[in-house]
Design a protein around this ligand. Structure first.
Ligand code: ADP
Ligand code: MG
Ligand code: MG
Length: 206
């Protein structure tokens, strides 16, 4: 089993639907310890990606991911635009020359994307960021023996990663301005990462 280009397009389309649906929820999470715009940001970014989807039909996996990253980068204001933008742009480079992704490829693509987020945002484990969802997801992908097994394990890891952010004290981004008062709230960016991983799983294994 592999991830096909059509499934990646389906994933991006599903992300656009999910971020429209979860816009208010994500914004509410960001309102508690940020500036109440994360859902608006993700919704705006993926609406732009959705507009570009028809032009992506003829593109390679590399170009689909790159176009997504550049679109998010230019349409999302705030921290998450450059971070998710970099994720897709670095992921694209790791997908160069691939017509489909097996588990090893998918893991390498995600790992490159997450390395891009870290290069840009300098987050460390426990800083209460989207990386606290991405790292366990990556670990789950690396530990899995097949793509079929990897995706549900990645979804479970994303849920656990999101839950783990509640008790963390934010050290990066706007929530860090609150210090101790950031404790007890779920991180909005980790939550949007979880939604992306769930959409990927739906697109690949149903
Ligand atoms: P802004 O904070 O600029 O309004 P968003 O609200 O869209 O941007 O995104 C906030 C999310 O971005 C946070 O919940 C967190 O997960 C993530 N984030 C912020 N700073 C960093 C960073 N340095 N590294 C990784 N993720 C970060
Ligand atoms: Mg915000
Ligand atoms: Mg903002």
């Amino acid at each position: 089993m592999t991830v096909k280009k059509e499934q990646l397009l389906e994933w991006l389309k599903d992300c656009a639907a999910v971020f429209a649906e979860q816009r208010d929820y994500l914004t509410q999470l960001d309102a508690e310890i940020g500036d109440a715009d994360h859902g608006i940001n993700m919704n705006r970014g993926f609406e732009k990606v959705l507009e570009k989807l028809p032009t992506m039909d003829a593109m390679s996996i590399e170009m689909i991911l790159k176009t997504t990253g550049m679109t998010l980068m230019s349409s999302i204001g705030g921290a998450s635009g450059p971070l998710y933008g970099t994720f897709f742009i670095r992921a694209a480079a790791a997908a160069k020359g691939k017509d489909e992704l097996d588990l090893t490829d998918l893991t390498a693509v995600l790992e490159a994307g997450v390395a891009g987020i870290v290069a840009r945002g300098k987050a460390e484990p426990g800083d209460k960021t989207m990386c606290d969802a991405w790292w366990p997801v990556l670990d789950a992908a690396k530990a899995a023996e097949s793509l079929e097994a990897a995706l549900p394990a990645m979804v479970a890891a994303a849920d656990a990663g999101v839950a783990s952010t509640v008790d963390m004290r934010a050290k990066k981004g706007r929530a860090s301005y609150l210090g101790e008062r950031s404790i007890g709230h779920q991180d909005a960016g980790a939550t949007s990462t979880m939604f992306m991983v769930k959409a990927l799983s739906r697109a690949v294994v149903g």
